[in-house]
Design a binder for this molecule. Sequence first.
Ligand code: ADP
Length: 164
Amino acid sequence: MKKILYPGTFDPIHNGHIDIASRAAELFDELEFVVAVNPEKNTLFSFRKRVRLIKESVSGKANIKVNFFRGLVVDYASSNGYSAIIRGLRHVSDFEFEFQMAMMNFHLNKNIKSLFMMPDEKYIHLNSSVVKDVSKNGGDVSAFVPPCVQKALFTKFSKINTLK
Ligand code: ADP
């Protein structure tokens, strides 16, 4: 069985992530989103909520699974039978970071291959920070995120704005 991991922060998941995952899942028997648990990183949503939002967003896709990991992604990959990782590439600026990470992962475990995919052009400028910024200021993000994420953002920012 050909399986691939899709690791990331996904704070929150957006349509660019889903585009990569959906197209990669056509090439493999199974794709697993894995949400990085990193308490030092200041995320808007807890990792459990990020996992729930991904699950809801991809609930119709039978060969896409969702989980989370702590520590090194190569360790999670090798202990769960994965030999490939997929990452999205939007701009040249992504390339530098992704290249460094792929080289480090290769150094850590030569059995794990890093694959890269470009999104549909309509998602090329999309990232989670922009989605959060627009939503925080009352903008419409429905073209960029699934409805469950839009709702979660609205609820989160309504709470934050009420507390201010
Ligand atoms: P981001 O905050 O940039 O969305 P993540 O860590 O959640 O960062 O991203 C996980 C993976 O998804 C990374 O490989 C990242 O390059 C990729 N990715 C993020 N946004 C997009 C997009 N709009 N199109 C394609 N890939 C993307």
